[in-house]
Write a protein that binds this ligand. Sequence first.
Ligand code: ZN
Length: 110
Amino acid sequence: MVMCKCGRAALMKTSKTSKNPERRFYTCPQMRSKCKFFVWIDPPVNSPPSPELGFHKAPNHSSSIEVRFEELKHEIRRKDAALVMSWCILVGLLVLILVVVLISLLLKPS
Ligand SMILES: [Zn+2]
C-alpha cells in the first residue's frame, strides 16, 4: 500500500496519454488536493536504448577492428590446436604400426 503525502492511500491509475500509454502510476485520491502526489509504477514506455545496445548497433571503427583482430587471433589459436592434435594422432598411429610390425617380427618363428 502506497501512502499519499496527505496521509491517504494513494490511488493506482493507468495513464492513457500517447506519451505514456497503459503506464500505471500512483496519485492522490483527492482530485483537487494540494499535495500533488504522483509516482510512476511502470518504467518509461519509450525508454532510451541502453549504452550496450547502442554500441552494438553502431560500433566505433577502431574498436570493431580490435574485436575482429581478437576473433582472428582466437581462430588461429584454435586451428593451431587442431593441427597439433591431428599431428599427434598421426604420429601415434605410426608408432602403433611400428610397434605392431616389430612385435610380429620378434614373434615370428625362425
Ligand atoms: Zn494526497
